[in-house]
Design a protein around this ligand. Structure first.
Ligand SMILES: Nc1nc2c(ncn2[C@@H]2O[C@H](COP(=O)(O)OP(=O)(O)OP(=O)(O)O)[C@@H](O)[C@H]2O)c(=O)[nH]1
Ligand SMILES: [Mg+2]
Length: 449
């Protein structure tokens, strides 16, 4: 991706009534005016105003707006043309723009330009991608905070402290004879320790970020007829799965997406598991077991109204023997046996009625607590991704190696280590990011962003 060409792409999603075609680069105005026309061409005098005109060749009505750099999304001159949606008009407009001198933008190229032009750093560019793919309000809120620079400023604060220390170490190496007021080794190490603590806190938000960005896999399992599908419907608030009093109603696994307590969740309703099944039912049960092993949280549903409570518990323990995911035991159908004494399941347990909705909020609360392992992780205001976490890990390793060097006043080695920590943090914000890192990040964007 170079930053010289004038680039264009359809920036709006597929299928809308209106399409937004974006042109960015030093010739944006000239190129756009060759394709779009009105009484007056687009010019600086009408910057940031929407003007009604036409796409020249097609004669199609289209609004256009000129946003001169550097006060535009990319920092370059931008023209955006709003034409009729559907593929024909917008594609033809792109063809005309290319004919007029623009080139098709690569995925993420507009945001890449914004990064190169200093409109945002790398964590903010990553946030743009997160905003587009956000699957829940919380994922969106986190991405918005990151876009506004919440993560960048935390990283920059730590980086600044380390850069100051590096300056101190380098001056000792450069002017060993001078009596400058250098900091005591203990004081330097205290600062490094504080920086490591802050970095550790950021690394701890990885799990939160994963949950909010990628969601959590929840499986509803149990023997036939206990009310798994009824529970799915109750959680979703609509009749998604077929429910009947015939055991073995759900034959195949069934997947649905929901947002529970702000957490995006893929819920899998499964075929009831029992020992002596054959034919199609046995195939369905094999799938239930596959889903259990891929699950990150399991609701094991039990029938509180049945007679064989202890047998149900024995089966549950057998089936979950090899499962590593946290389990919540759910006694269902308590509406038909109010006040019944139920045995201890050995797991965190909630009694509910999928039929009346009784106690469903308690189940969802327990689900939320389980996702966050009872910590306040879900309330984090920033959440790092895998890439950022790895670099934080590198920085922490380098800082840990700096401490003994400072203790023994081995300034040269201390400076080498701390410089590599500073560089790792710089790679998070993009200051030290290599071409391959940038390619990798921006190639994950969609075209037009
Ligand atoms: N009284 C009462 N009945 C319920 C409740 N939940 C489910 N049922 C009934 O239990 C029967 C089985 O419900 P399903 O939701 O189909 O059970 P399932 O576990 O999905 O069953 P399979 O798909 O066969 O494994 C139906 O007749 C439901 O109406 C409940 O909370 N209270
Ligand atoms: Mg079912």
């Amino acid at each position: 991706m170079n930053t010289i060409d004038t680039i264009c792409a359809i920036s709006s999603g597929a299928g809308g009534a209106i399409a937004i075609v974006r042109v960015s680069g030093k010739n944006a105005l000239e190129v756009a005016n060759r394709v779009w026309s009105a009484k007056q061409p687009l010019a600086r005098s009408c910057a940031r105003k929407m003007i009604l005109g036409k796409i020249r060749e097609i004669g199609d009505d289209a609004l256009a707006v000129y946003m001169p750099g550097p006060h535009s999304y990319t920092g370059d001159d931008i023209v955006e043309i709003q034409c009729h949606g559907g593929t024909l008009v917008s594609r033809r407009t792109i063809e005309l723009l290319i004919h007029a001198g623009a080139r098709m933008a690569e995925p993420g190229e507009f945001t890449f330009r914004a990064f190169v032009n200093g409109k945002m750093d790398l964590t903010q560019a990553e946030a743009v991608s997160d905003i587009i793919s956000a699957g829940s309000g919380m994922a969106l809120a986190l991405a918005e905070k990151q876009l506004s620079g919440a993560l960048s400023s935390k990283i920059q604060d730590i980086r600044r402290i380390l850069t100051d220390i590096l300056g101190d170490l380098e001056s000792r190496l450069d002017f060993p004879e001078e009596h400058i007021a250098w900091e005591e080794p203990d004081a330097i190490n205290r600062k490094i320790g504080d920086a490591m603590l802050e970095l550790g806190k950021l690394a701890d938000t990885l799990e939160t970020g994963k949950c909010y960005r990628d969601g959590v896999q929840l499986t509803l399992a149990g023997r036939p007829n206990v009310g798994k599908s009824s529970l799915l419907n109750a959680i979703l608030g609509r009749d998604r799965a077929i429910v009947s009093d015939i055991p073995g109603t759900t034959r195949d696994t069934l997947e649905e997406y929901a947002v529970i307590r702000n957490i995006p969740v893929k819920i899998t309703d499964t075929a009831g598991i029992r020992a002596d099944a054959d034919g199609i039912e046995a195939l369905g049960i094999a799938r239930s077991k596959q889903s259990l092993s891929a699950s990150e949280i399991i609701f094991w549903v039990l029938d509180a109204a049945a007679e064989d409570l202890t047998q149900q518990l024995t089966q549950m323990k057998e089936e979950l023997e090899n499962s590593s995911a946290p389990v919540i035991a759910v006694w269902n159908k308590i509406d038909s046996v109010p006040g019944k004494n139920l045995p201890d399941t050995g797991f965190p347990t909630v009694c509910v009625s999928a039929k009346t909705g009784e106690n469903l909020p308690a189940l969802l609360n327990l689900f939320e607590e389980t996702v966050w392992h009872g910590s306040s992780a879900g309330k984090a205001d920033v959440a790092v991704n895998e890439r950022q976490n790895e670099l934080i890990g590198n920085a922490m390793t380098a800082l840990a190696a700096t401490i003994p060097e400072i203790e023994t006043e081995n300034w040269e080695l201390a400076a080498v280590q701390i410089r590599s920590a500073v560089e790792a943090l710089g790679e998070i914000t993009g200051e030290n990011a290599g071409v391959d890192v940038l390619d990798n990040i921006f190639s994950r964007f969609c075209i037009g962003k």
